[in-house]
Design a protein. Structure first.
Length: 574
């Protein structure tokens, strides 16, 4: 690979004059030579990026971390020849799902055009591109795993080298890919973050759909600005290119005519994660039923529009981003677990197709059929207002025992400021007990996720050991800290099974032994006896279950282990 790369670069340089502005970057891409039916493989992609970095003094290519497939992630940086003092950082990530390579080819086409000055990179923008995030999936090429997709001829696979879907791994971080991404993300600290994808959901006339971070979840004036100002301007710009765009169509096996809601990108997803750091984030979702060349060309135009729109609004975006950080640092409470408000919606004209229900020739049941020769414009209700279902008072700090090395490692990767206790200490702290939770019946990305988690809290004196870690919330990572450490948050470390050991009792009792102890407990504790008798008289199931009665007494005795359901992360109130 390196001999080939050197040969290509040598050919390029030998054909160039000393004036960089007059040189032409001759590097045919597989997308171009196949007339838009093929995409480059991983080695070809990295060869291209290396050649681009060697060709232009304004481009650099660096490596970060090591992924599950054994290779480092690459990051291309492009600076305009004339750059403002504090440019807006713009990061594009491609190939989270390598079977969706539209952004991979569009980014390479854009780089060629920037080098040849057919696209002018605005002086307000410092552009970063992560060529392929899922390297293992990109190398696992096939032509059949995307059953609904119209090209290219061959592509990568959704799962990474460990078969994880990387766009579900941004919080739990089961992969080395995510840890390498953390390094890139915090190195760049992007003001605008773009993740390129391909999607279906329904059939319609649009080639492009957008999935911006949900407004209320992003929060503050930044969230309002994105959805009331930035998106309308972007949509208007794309219309001048004859590229109408719609919000991501979030439906399954039904038509959009019934209306649809914004997709809520919780922190497990790329843009949900970046929203915790107040980046203006979005996914480009092209429509998989459109031809590959059409999708790539549309993605390229979308990227150009995003870059130019961001350049015009660079001061505003950076200002609002800074305000969002400040807002959370000053806040008393933190809202989370947003859900769609079905009472609020907007109506817009949707470019769809006439759809019918017909008899299936396969199942003989009803099947949905879109008649693409019958374009149709109709009004749809779009639900894009979300309200928090949980609110928590922001503590002054959290305490993490030193034994939870995985959490502390993830906090280090995410540049969370931490202080170690220098000696054993007794503190007043808020302690959670997990009072209720549900668990999924099927595996999801290597986990059995908890949900609808509830906690009870008490103020107690707790023993903190030397080497335990204090995490103060007065820092830029405040949202990441709260979303991972508050058990009730949808993508908390608790819900991702980091603390399942506290849900299992380590000690118990034998009924034939505990019978005598239970009798003595009730004799010595009249209040407990009254509660016990009341429960028996009001709960028939409990009254008819001898073991349940003994277990109830056991859990209200000194013999019941404190660690059971006791959340080991403590909160220090303000």
């Amino acid at each position: 690979m390196f001999k080939k790369r050197f040969f290509i670069v040598a050919l390029i340089l030998s054909a160039c004059t000393n004036n960089e502005d007059t040189r032409h970057f001759e590097y045919p891409l597989k997308f171009e030579t196949s007339n838009g039916t093929e995409t480059s493989n991983y080695n070809e992609i990295i060869d291209f990026y290396s050649a681009a970095a060697d060709f232009s003094s304004f481009i650099s290519l660096n490596e970060f971390g090591v992924t599950d497939s054994g290779e480092a992630l690459h990051l291309l940086q492009i600076k305009p020849e004339e750059q403002v003092e504090n440019p807006l950082k713009f990061l594009i990530i491609n190939g989270i799902h390598p079977g969706e390579p539209d952004g991979i080819d569009a980014s390479m086409l854009m780089i060629k055009s920037i080098i040849d000055n057919t696209i002018q990179l605005p002086k307000e923008i410092e552009l970063y591109i992560l060529p392929v995030y899922n390297i293992g999936g990109a190398k696992n090429r096939n032509n059949s795993s995307r059953a609904n997709q119209n090209g290219p001829e061959e592509y990568g696979f959704r799962g990474n080298a460990l078969n994880y879907d990387l766009n579900r791994d941004f919080i739990k971080s089961d992969t080395q890919n995510s840890k390498a991404f953390y390094q890139i993300y915090h190195h760049v600290n992007p003001d605008v973050f773009v993740d390129t994808h391909v999607s279906n959901g329904a059939d319609y006339q649009y080639t492009l759909t957008h999935l911006f971070t949900q407004s209320q979840q992003l929060g503050g004036d930044l969230g309002t600005y994105v959805h009331k100002d930035f998106i309308p301007k972007l949509e208007a710009d794309l219309l001048t290119k004859s590229l109408p765009i719609t919000p991501y169509v979030n439906v399954f096996n039904r038509t959009p005519q019934d209306g649809f809601s914004q997709f809520l990108d919780s922190p497990r997803y790329s843009t949900g994660y970046t929203s915790l750091w107040n980046s203006l984030g979005l996914m480009i979702e092209t429509h998989m039923l459109k031809a590959y060349k059409q999708r790539v060309d549309a993605t390229l135009e979308m990227l150009k529009s995003l870059i130019y729109s961001s350049a015009k609004e660079s001061s505003k975006i950076k200002q609002l981003r800074a305000q969002n950080f400040e807002k959370h640092l000053k806040a008393k409470n933190y809202d989370f677990n947003f859900q769609v408000d079905t009472t609020q919606y907007k109506t817009f004209s949707f470019l769809g197709y006439n759809a019918t229900q017909e008899k299936s020739k396969v199942t003989e049941g009803k099947r949905l059929k879109y008649n693409t020769d019958q374009p149709l414009t109709y009004p749809v209700k779009y639900y894009n207002y979300f309200s928090p279902t949980n609110t928590v008072e922001i503590p002054k700090a959290y305490i993490i025992p030193k034994t939870y090395q995985k959490i502390l490692e993830l906090f280090q990767f995410n540049q969370v400021k931490m202080t170690k206790f220098q000696k054993d200490t007794i503190l007043n702290a808020e302690v959670y007990s997990i009072s209720n939770y549900k668990t999924g019946n099927a595996p999801y990305e290597g986990h059995y996720l908890h949900y609808q988690t509830e906690v009870e809290s008490t103020i107690e004196k707790v023993e903190v050991k030397q080497g335990d870690v204090l995490i103060e919330t007065n820092q830029k990572a405040i949202r990441y800290i709260i979303e991972t450490l508050e058990p009730e948050a949808v993508d908390s470390f608790f819900n991702w099974n980091f603390f399942d050991v506290i849900l299992q009792r380590k000690e118990g009792f034998s009924p034939y032994v505990f019978e005598d102890i239970a009798e003595e407990i009730l004799l010595k504790n009249s209040d407990l006896r009254i509660k016990f008798d009341t429960l028996k008289s009001t709960n028939e199931e409990f009254a008819n279950n001898a073991y349940a009665q003994l277990d109830w007494i056991y859990k209200h005795s000194k013999y019941y282990e404190k660690a059971h359901h006791r959340y080991p992360i403590y909160r220090i109130p303000k």
